[in-house]
Design a protein around this ligand. Structure first.
Ligand code: DP6
Length: 361
């Protein structure tokens, strides 16, 4: 499949009335990390994530009549306020996909969006924001140009569009566990869009993620900058091989219900991600002393208590504590009585494996 497999349509007659659609779409947490890209936002390795439930974005996109055609025209509102910084990124994105949605040059757009998680929580909002926007664009395509797709085609197209906005966003389109990037271990997997993992032991449908907030300030180095540091990274080749193997092994663990392999791979991916940052040209470090203390303590607690807990990290200092629902009461106790002793602020967000985006109107 290529971009041309989504032939774009123009409006046959100028729009006379506003048309609005709205979607809710979740964030996701990667177990195998997407780190490095090429071409038109294609990943250099497969990645695998869990769609979250409580951390989501709600987006309303309204197309309005416009007198003259031109570059994408966007009025962007974030949490009730006109926001220019993120609005500019969204505008650049819309401008870049006028080949897929030519009608973007024939209407004005108003985009209103808000997140259920606090902006300061340190949760990457690009996955939920771009997946919600991609869904709205595909719904408007149906409303304005009569493009009709079945449910599966619609989600795949939305995933394709979300990828062009932010790579990790394409994995938020499906419930549960999702793979983005071609791997011979999953039929139908592609670099162009994500696909859901269907062979999953019931245990892995009960995964939970408690985000322990170490620091909520903006990161010193953005993900986009981090991806670009992979271009001439001395360990790039080995990393790409490792991510492929970790994806294959993790898919097998999901099938068989192998918790030990799951824990080993998830922690290996988190530490590899940060090791790649540190060993890149002009290396950088996003972990804080508290991050290191917490992840060391999680490993010790796993040995001491026998609980199936592990950690993962995004491109930032906050720790995602991953565990299973059946042990959630014991884990909640550990967080309050032990793990929180390692952080100044006791802020956490309890989330779990979610069921994917929801159309609101
Ligand atoms: C470390 O998807 O935020 O979270 O494609 O440039 O928008 P862009 O990058 P982004 O990168 C996410 C990187 C990561 C790992 C992951 O989610 O797989």
């Amino acid at each position: 499949m290529a971009d041309s497999d989504f032939p774009g349509s123009r409006l046959e007659a100028p729009l006379t009335n506003p048309v609005s659609v709205s979607w809710q779409s979740p964030s996701n947490i990667a177990f195998v990390k997407y780190w490095g890209k090429t071409g038109r936002q294609l990943p250099v390795n497969p990645s695998l994530s869990m769609t979250l439930s409580k951390a989501f974005t709600e987006t309303r996109l309204t197309s309005l009549p416009r007198e003259t055609e031109g570059t994408a025209d966007l009025d962007f509102w974030f949490e009730g306020k006109q926001n220019s910084a993120f609005g500019e990124r969204m505008k650049r994105f819309l401008q870049s996909i006028t080949d897929i949605f030519p009608w973007l040059e024939q209407v004005s757009l108003k985009l209103e969006t808000h997140n259920t998680f606090p902006h300061s929580a340190g949760i990457a909002s690009s996955a939920s924001s771009f997946s919600a926007l991609a869904l709205c664009l595909c719904s408007l395509d149906t409303e304005l140009c009569g493009i009709l797709l079945d449910e599966t085609e619609f989600r795949i197209k939305a995933s394709f569009i979300a990828r062009l906005g932010s790579g990790s966003a394409c994995r938020s389109l499906f419930p549960g566990l999702t793979v983005w990037g071609y791997t011979k271990s999953l039929t139908g997997s592609s670099d162009l869009f994500a696909v859901p993992v269907t062979e999953v032991h019931p245990l892995f449908k009960t995964l939970r993620d408690t985000i322990l907030i170490v620091n909520s300030e903006e990161k010193a180095v953005s993900s986009s900058e981090g991806h670009s540091r992979m271009v001439n990274h001395p360990f790039a080749e080995a990393r790409i091989r490792q991510a492929g193997k970790n994806t294959t092994d993790l898919l097998e663990a999901f099938k068989t219900g192998d918790k030990d392999s799951f824990i080993r791979i998830v922690e290996n991916e988190a530490l590899t991600l940060h090791a790649l940052m540190m060993t890149s040209d002009n290396g950088f470090m996003l972990m804080y002393p508290e991050t290191v203390r917490i992840i060391s303590r999680i490993k010790e607690l796993r040995r001491e208590t026998g609980l199936d807990i592990c950690f993962t990290l995004d491109a930032g200092p906050n720790v995602h504590l991953i565990y299973f629902e059946e042990q959630s009461e014991q884990v909640a106790k550990l967080i309050v009585e032990d793990i929180f002793k390692n952080i100044k602020q006791n802020t956490r967000i309890d989330d779990f494996c979610g069921s994917g985006p929801v159309k609101l109107s």
